[in-house]
Design a protein around this ligand. Sequence first.
Ligand code: JCH
Length: 242
Amino acid sequence: MRIDVVTIFPGYLAPLREALLGRAVGTGLLDIAVHDLRDWTHDVHQAVDDAPYGGGPGMVMRPHVWGEALDDVLAADPRPARLVVPTPAGRPFTQAAAHAYAAQERLVFACGRYEGIDQRVVDHYAASMPVDEISIGDYVLVGGEVAVLVVVEAVARLLPGVLGNPRSAAEDSFSDGLLEGPAYTRPEVWRGHAVPEVLRSGNHGAIARWRRDRALERTAERRPDLIAALPPDALDEADRAL
Ligand SMILES: COc1ccc(Cn2ccc3ccc(-c4cc(N)[nH]n4)cc32)cc1
């Protein structure tokens, strides 16, 4: 998969070169290119923003710089691409979206700043390619770069060969619609807190049941919306007895 990121703060994307993602890039599983939007400005001030039409606070990113940048970035590789634009007003980015993105040959991320990017940029490219305006949560960031780090990590870990243990991605939180239950490792007792007995019993049936019960309890307590969204046949008799 090829990933391009266009931003006025390329340094914000440095973490993509670290650890798991850095290794994925190094081994050729992932090809990441970060581009400085100001490389496509022509004025001495390298201006990328201007006052909003209709008034209002802050500044809006000008369409012509983005158009020149995205035209060049898209033309640099023949693979079909999806343009992803983080915004507080976007559709929620979910694990399902991460799986859909992991199947893409190429993702191009447009990182806005200020009050966002002139809407005509999204409208223009949406006429010729898939464009997603996405939100990573109901809180307001200062720009799109952190959202891109979140999305790229969530997507890259799903790519074959990126995670050391492929079972992890298959058994994620949300993979069965529930939150992950509690996890434990050595020592058996830590500051007076013991590991639940069942996990040391060797009884795999009881362990699976205990883990499912804890996941159901945690989900019902913290994310009742996920319980309500489960398909009718998702909960068996034992689940309902909980
Ligand atoms: C109109 O209200 C605002 C509009 C933009 C901004 C700052 N900003 C500029 C570009 C950009 C891209 C993504 C995000 C973002 C995404 C999520 N989930 N939260 N915040 C924020 C962004 C603040 C407020």
